[in-house]
Structure formats: C-alpha cells, structure tokens
Ligand binder design. Sequence first.
Ligand code: UDP
Length: 372
Amino acid sequence: MKYDYLIVGSGLYGAVFARKATDAGKSVLVIDKRPNIGGNVYTEDIEGIHVHKYGAHIFHTNIKEVWDYVNQFAEFNRFTNSPVANYKGELFSLPFNMYTFNKMWGVVTPEEAAAKIEEQRKEAGITEPKNLEEQAISLVGTDIYEKLIKGYTQKQWGRPCDELPAFIIKRLPVRLTFDNNYFNALYQGIPKGGYTKMVANMLDGIEVKLGVNYLDNKEEYDAMADKVIFTGPIDEYFGFKLGYLEYRSVRFENEVLDKPNFQGNAAVNYTDAETPWTRIIEHKWFEFGKDDAGNDLPKTVISREFSSEWKPGDEPYYPVNDDKNGKLYQEYKELGDKEDKVIFGGRLGEYKYYDMDAVIASALDMAKKELG
Ligand code: UDP
C-alpha cells in the first residue's frame, strides 16, 4: 500500500497536516511511537479530571485563522490564565501588572509603578540588555527580577539568567493596568472534553498506527509513502551525527488529593531558588473556570513540575534556543533541506520554542505550500 503522506507524530503539527492533506484528497498514514495520539497536548482522565500529562497547555492566539480552525474540532471554555507566584510564602499576581507592583512596593498609581521600575533600571545601569537578566531588570526592575524571575528561570532552564537569551522573558507581558490575564491574546481557552478529544476529531477517519517507532524501521516506512512529515527531534532523525541539540525536560509528580481544592488556581509558580519544583498545576481549574463549580468533585489532581536537562531516553520539551544550539540546529536544517522527501515540522522538528497556535499556523502554512 502506498500513501501520499506518512506523518510521523500525532501531535498538533501532524494532526493538522493530516487533516488538511486528507481533506485535499490525499492518502495519509499517521504513526506515533507513543500508545496515544496528541503528542504533548495529550490529556488523561484521572478522577474525572482531564490531566495535562505532558505539562499544562493553555490555548491562546491572536491569529483568527488558527482560532477558527481549532474551533471546528472543539468547543473552548472561557479559561483565562492568571498564575500566582509564591515566593517563600508571599503571593504575587502574574504576569507583572499593577497588582504585582502594589504588593511588591506598595505603589498605587501606574505613574508610581513606572517610576519605581525606572529608578531600579537606572541604578542597574542597563542601556542595551544583552541577556535575560539585563532584559528582565530593564523591564521590571531589580526587586521583581530577584523575587519572581531569577530563581524560577534558573530552575526552569538550569542556566544562570545572564547566560540565557533575552527573548525568553519577552514572552511575558508587563502591564501598568490591573489586568492579570497572562496572555496578550484575543482568543483563549481550553477545549471542553480535553485536548485528546480535539486531536481525535482532527484525525477522524484517518488511519493512525500507535506504538510504532519510525526511526527503528525507517526504510520500510519510507517505502510506504511519497513524502514524510517528520515531527520528532531533527537531531534524532539524523542519528545525532552532528551532536546533540539540548532540550529541557520536565518530570511530573502527580498526586490525587482527598480534598476539593488545593491551591484555588490552575497554576502556582514557586519562584524562589530553593523549592525544587518550578510550579504546581491543579488540573481541575482548567476546566471549571474560576468559580467554585469544581468543588463539586471531592478530589483534586495536582502535578509538581521538576525541570531537568534532557538526556537520551527523556522526553524533550523545551528547545534551548541559545547561540550554540542555534548554530547546531542550522547545520541539521541544512541536512534536512537536502532530504527532498521529508518535511520537518513542529517544536521538535524545527527546534523552536513554539506555542500551540504557532505550531498550528506553521502546519497550515506548510499544508498550503504542499497541497495548494
Ligand atoms: N518566568 C519567570 N517567572 C515566572 C514565570 C515565568 O521568570 O513566574 C520566565 C521564565 O524565564 C520562563 C519565561 O518567563 O522561562 C517564559 O515563561 P512561560 O510561562 O511563557 O513559559 P512556558 O509556559 O512556556 O513554560
């Protein structure tokens, strides 16, 4: 049997491309080495709660085309992400907004907050931020950097802030308003029924084989299709022959608790350097919103997240987009461009710190290019 496309990986990139190709009349086979579809957006049912097994995923986008696209496959709830930071028992509002500045400095007006940030920036003497530390201080000042950024970032990335690229911290908004919506996004929510169901709807009617590893039988699989869409790690595809790209991995410790409400919020970040986990996710609050409807369930499921350096055998989560890895990726990309039968896509295939909407946009773009 010959397929037009063999799609390796049933995460968002693979599922969107598979849907588009199928709708364009192409024959498609999707394979995944895991026993389930969905890649890292996979959600698992525990105690009636959709647990984000590979880390919390909150869908947010400014791209209307992407929002309209995903809404064909799921209805989204009105979840708005507003994490709380816990610094040694002191709680702060995230992202950095007037509630945060008020708690940190007692300032009341936006002018006072801006003046405080400016004063701390001047004191630090930063004109052109060259790394994450300097970028953070110039955005929010030294106090917030010390209490809410430094420890968390070093735990998450395993590197000191002055060795990390500035762009990582630019993901976070800084606002002189009382607005604690984490994302600057027009559209936001979580699919009702979980992400797995959304991906299953995308793959409806498409042949999917689970628990099979493409790289173990590459030649056999390549012979089955005209083209291959590969969404795994690009360095693994090439047998790591130019060296390993670095990733951060995450270990999750899940716990079912006999209480309806553990922390009153989906995400609490532990921003000090000493607490070994970066954050605790309480999954039920992704589903039930901010009211207390979730209290109807007598139990709750929490996940503590521990960040670690990726080593072979671990799940890769975050590409480390620094200079060294950027250069190595470029070399792999050049090899990839020579494989005319294979398209590399997604967070791992393109070694890019993509959000979900950007992955979908990228898959839709590729589908346009490929399928017309
Ligand atoms: N960050 C921080 N303190 C926080 C939350 C985030 O310093 O409480 C920094 C940290 O460097 C992190 C970056 O902001 O890597 C981006 O955070 P984001 O929440 O976007 O990361 P993700 O959701 O992708 O894990």
